[in-house]
Design a protein. Structure first.
Length: 337
């Protein structure tokens, strides 16, 4: 049985720091957080082993420009929903699988593929043939305005935030060709984004210097980014809700910028289909859904929310398996590159 761990304010500050600098050395963070490097390492191990927080590699901005992101709303027979969710977790293309309150969808699935042909093969050859599936509605992302690596706990003071601010990337991300060493490196970092250079070298059959150089190439090119993810109990038990909406073509960018600027927003994307706006928020409670929607529509009169999908249980998030409380229990590495 997993030990119950209660996070302190110092723990929350540590996680917030890792959201800003996921691979920062403990010695680098220690003076900013007012404790020793050894204390930070012990606190992190405790949180990670409890499944409350974890650092991992995820597709960077280059992926959105050159590959394919899609959000699938699945309807299924009620008796098949749990089995279907478990089965979907086994597919690396299905990076996130969420059971939702019954309505327009029973399951919400985020798909990442290397292009539209791969997406079509997965939808037509795999997804639609799974037992229990009764309807598939696929929204292909045309632009990604924000994603979960930018979501923050907001537990640090302004001086700490300034000290931890990452340098602004120079120029747009560019496509790079990945070889077997790169793929071994991404596979290891999807499992644990804080692996050290010696461990990465051992797992990829290279030297620490080569592992460092390869990783910098992947991050500088925008192929990889890193994020520190948290279980809902660490974030105060937020309610996940995905909004579908419509906005005139000329207002789509403004709507998404407004959504991306909300502290609660974990995803904002322009999508294909009858709705051209898709966003996921972590709100305080059920009533907050209506309050947030009303405030948003008052600010953006041309924007209309057409559907609200409330998440009940995220089974898998960006390749990491979660229990009913949202704590990480394992990982099935994603390989969208």
């Amino acid at each position: 049985m997993r030990e119950t761990v209660t996070a302190s304010e110092s723990d929350l500050a540590l996680v917030n720091a890792l959201q800003l600098r996921p691979r920062a050395a403990w010695a680098e963070l220690a003076p900013l957080l007012g404790v020793t490097a050894g204390t930070l390492a012990r606190r992190w191990d405790r949180l990670r082993e409890a499944g409350l927080a974890w650092v991992h590699a995820a597709p960077g901005p280059e992926f959105a420009r050159n590959r394919c992101t899609a959000f699938v709303l699945l309807r299924c027979r009620p008796e098949e929903r749990s089995r279907l969710a478990e089965r979907l977790c086994a597919f690396p293309e299905a990076v996130t699988v969420e059971m939702t309150a019954p309505g327009s969808a029973d399951l919400l699935v985020d798909l990442l593929t290397d292009g539209l042909p791969s997406l079509a093969r997965f939808l037509n050859g795999t997804l639609e043939r799974l037992p229990g599936v009764t309807d598939v509605n696929c929204l292909v992302a045309t632009s990604l305005y924000t994603e979960a690596s930018r979501w923050r706990l907001r537990s640090l003071d302004p001086a700490q935030l300034t000290a931890l601010a990452a340098p602004v990337p120079q120029g747009p991300p560019r496509a790079v060709a990945l070889d077997e060493v790169d793929r071994a490196l991404t596979d290891a970092l999807v499992r644990d984004g804080r692996l050290g250079w010696a461990e990465l070298a051992a797992r990829t059959g290279t030297s620490p210097a080569t592992a460092r150089r390869r990783l910098h190439r992947l991050t500088d090119s925008g192929v990889l980014t890193f994020r520190c993810d948290v279980a809902p109990p660490l974030a105060g038990g937020p309610v996940p809700v995905s909004l579908l909406g419509q906005a005139p073509t000329g207002d789509v960018a403004a709507v998404h910028r407004a959504l991306a600027g909300l502290p609660e927003c974990r995803l904002a994307a322009a999508v294909t289909g009858s709705a051209n706006v898709f966003a996921t928020l972590w709100v305080h409670d059920i009533a907050d859904i209506q309050r947030r929607e009303a405030a948003l529509c008052a600010r953006l009169p041309s924007f209309t929310v057409t559907d609200r999908i409330v998440g009940l249980h995220t089974v898998k998030r960006m390749g990491h398996l979660l229990d009913e409380a949202g704590r990480r229990t394992g990982v099935l590495p994603i390989r969208p590159w």
